[in-house]
Design a protein around this ligand. Structure first.
Ligand code: GTP
Ligand code: MG
Length: 335
């Protein structure tokens, strides 16, 4: 009788896994999307280099970190070495160049937290944001991409978490919830913590890659092709990991005392980072350390009311994974 029950359970788990894998596949962008993005980048390089021959363009964010779903916008960083540069003037000039090449909806947003120019390319249909000298974002994009190559379960988990966060409207930093970047770091940390671990801590291994950006040393082991088998001793499936992820953030994380840290692969104490109280607008109600800019808490956008919303959403998701007969539908029901 018990055996029969176990078999029933196993077929349930397989069914659940298959549903999650189908969602993951349906969110994965087709190859032609990359082609269109490259096409746009080549056009931009031509335009930018006509005015600033020494400038370089880099993709960052979800179009380059391998956590981008279908029809994502692209984020571009213009790197230019010029001590005299006035960012606002440069952005306005860049906007003029883009307009004169018939790119559409060109808007320089010089007063944004990260000043950018936004536009849409009518030929490829791709929307794009360009920022200036945000090189740290280019480096953390590479770190995320390198982690994604070690074990496919990271991409699967992060796609599902991002899809859940967008459906439930808890991926809106201007409303006090978390960025996609923060959710991916939460997934990496979570997989570093599984036993056996599914992901290593790349910043704790002898570095093979090292650059200094804005006075911050960014160094880690980036020969990830040598770590292909790293997670293979852990047999957990995507359904089990989704369950455990939400269970962790609903019931197990110590919000009062802990900081999650991909850099160390461990939990740190809020005390040690001096993130125990509100300083200015940073409240540190959920603490996610940036892997390179270690003074930066990705949870700083979360306030008293949005932490409640977030934790209720984690609890809802955990309950659905525990009891709902079709979590692959209920989990993503629009808020
Ligand atoms: P989607 O556009 O939602 O698919 O995800 P994304 O991966 O582009 O993430 P997001 O827009 O949150 O962030 C874009 C990039 O900005 C990240 O990949 C990081 O490289 C960089 N970044 C660095 N610091 C921060 C930060 O504090 N907040 C956010 N949002 N991004 C940061
Ligand atoms: Mg983005």
């Amino acid at each position: 009788r018990n055996l029969r029950k176990m078999m029933e359970c196993r077929s349930d788990i397989n069914r659940l896994n298959n549903h999650f894998l189908l969602i993951y596949e349906s969110l994965t962008p087709p190859g032609e999307e990359k082609t269109r993005q490259k096409q746009l980048l080549t056009l931009l390089e031509r335009l930018v280099n006509k005015e600033w021959p020494e400038a370089r363009l880099y993709l960052y964010g979800s179009c380059a970190n391998s956590f981008g779903v279908c029809k994502s916008d692209i984020d571009v960083c213009l790197a230019i070495q010029d001590a005299e540069i006035d960012k606002s003037k440069l952005l306005v000039k860049l906007a003029d160049i883009l307009k004169s090449d018939n790119l559409q909806n060109v808007q320089p947003l010089v007063h944004a937290r990260v000043p950018i120019v936004k536009f849409m390319d009518p030929v490829t249909g791709v929307s794009c944001d360009i920022c200036i000298n945000n090189v740290l974002a280019v480096i953390n994009t590479k770190l995320l991409r390198d982690y994604a190559q070690i074990d496919v379960r990271l991409r699967q988990l992060a796609y599902i978490v991002k899809h859940w966060a967008k459906s439930r409207r808890v991926n809106e930093t201007y409303q006090g919830t978390l960025s996609s970047y923060a959710y991916v770091l939460m997934c990496i940390h979570f997989l570093q913590q599984r036993r056996p671990a599914i992901l290593p801590c790349l910043q704790e291994i002898e570095p093979t890659y090292s650059v200094t950006v804005d006075g911050i040393e960014c160094a880690y082991f980036d020969q990830v092709e040598k770590l292909q088998d790293y997670g293979s001793r852990n047999k957990e499936t995507i359904a089990q990991l989704v369950w455990a992820f939400f269970n962790y953030w609903a019931y197990r994380h110590d919000y009062t005392n802990s900081v999650i840290s991909v850099r160390t692969g461990c939990l740190l104490s809020k005390q040690a980072k001096d993130w125990t109280r509100r300083i200015g607008n940073d409240r540190h109600l959920i603490c996610i350390e940036d892997p390179f800019d270690t003074k930066h808490d990705l949870g700083r956008v979360v306030d008293k009311s949005s932490i409640k919303v977030l934790r209720e959403e984690f609890e809802r998701a955990a309950a659905i994974m525990q009891h709902d007969p079709s979590p692959w539908i209920t989990l993503f029901e629009p808020y």
